[in-house]
Design a protein around this ligand. Structure first.
Ligand code: ATP
Length: 303
């Protein structure tokens, strides 16, 4: 598959602080790519370099085959970026905010109206066009932030923590907008997030820790590599659970047993059919992966 972002051996320091040290990864066309890391891991630094806002110290960066340092204009055309904090002008209406932004790309008159209609439909903000941005809810404003980033039809949408600070219902709404963009528009989405259930939906995940890549893979590969499986057993006594010889903990309704992998779970069940009358089995979650990889839990991960 076509690579739309390719980073090789990237380095960046701020004086003594080594923000990014020798990181390499690729983002393929149409995929949802999740970039995870605690505060200070180096995510924003990497994004700023990708966008051509910050010069790298070493390594190579290619956006659609071009280096952002050499081709800043082409990079700007290829990328739509939504920053952590909204850059919209609060006193201005949604319409005026988007019109001003579009003009910077030379999108005016009918071309602007047409693009606005398309975006208003995809992002569902037709009813908000005349409202001042400062009076919108967090989720509404986020949708306008995303529209602003998409005015010039970029190939890649970069979202820096798009759902942080939103309530769970609004987060779901924003998330479904992102899903829509991917599925209906074939958009490539590069996202940083603190929410593990969002990372679990990604096609590919890179976990950054202290400026280095600590782990990467599809969610399934990461779960298989870094966590085991869990069997929850119901309707049994603790003595019965102990006969299994596996690590366990008591839960509200039963016992949660840890096994190294699904193969081991199957073996255990076949050896003790009388104990396994009522049970469920699940793989570890992305929270467990993050904890296993970095030794730290991401805030907000369990919400
Ligand atoms: P967050 O989740 O908080 O946005 P992050 O993963 O994006 O964190 P970066 O902002 O890239 O992390 O920061 C990486 C490291 O570089 C941190 O130690 C940070 O303090 C440092 N850093 C970032 N920007 C600067 C700067 N302009 N000057 C000096 N140090 C900086």
């Amino acid at each position: 598959m076509e690579k739309v972002i390719e980073i090789k051996n990237l380095y960046k320091s701020y004086g003594e602080i080594k923000a990014v040290q020798d990181i390499s990864f690729q983002v393929k066309k149409g995929e949802l790519f999740a970039f995870l890391g605690l505060n200070g891991a180096g995510k924003s630094t990497t994004i700023s370099i990708i966008c051509g806002q910050l010069k790298k110290d070493g390594g190579s960066v290619s956006i659609g085959g071009k280096d952002p340092d050499e081709y800043p204009e082409a990079t700007k055309r290829a990328l739509g970026v939504v920053f952590q904090s909204s850059v919209l002008d609060k006193p201005l209406s949604v319409y005026d905010n988007l019109k001003t932004r579009a003009a910077l790309y030379g999108i005016m008159g009918e071309a602007f109206e047409k693009r606005l209609q398309e975006l208003a439909k995809i992002l569902d903000f037709e009813a908000l066009l005349r409202r001042p941005v400062g009076k919108l809810s967090g989720g509404q404003r986020r949708r306008i932030d995303i529209a602003r980033a998409l005015l010039h039809k970029p190939e890649i949408l970069i979202l820096d923590e798009p759902t942080t600070g939103l309530d769970p219902q609004t987060r779901k709404q924003v998330w479904s907008v992102i899903e829509n963009l991917r599925k209906k528009e074939g958009m490539t989405v590069f996202l940083t997030t603190h929410y593990m259930e969002e990372a679990a939906e990604a096609d590919y995940v890179v976990i950054l820790d202290n400026g280095k890549i600590a782990a990467e893979g599809t969610p399934l590969q990461l779960k298989n590599a870094y966590t085991g499986d869990f069997i929850t057993l119901y309707g049994v006594t603790e003595a019965e659970v102990q006969t299994l010889g596996a690590a366990y903990e008591k839960t509200a309704d039963g016992y949660k047993i840890s096994v190294p992998d699904t193969h081991a779970a199957t073996a255990l069940i076949l050896q003790h059919p009388s104990v396994f009358k009522d049970y469920e089995i699940v793989k570890g979650k992305m929270d467990d992966v993050f904890l296993a990889v970095t030794g730290k839990a991401l805030k907000g991960g369990n919400e």
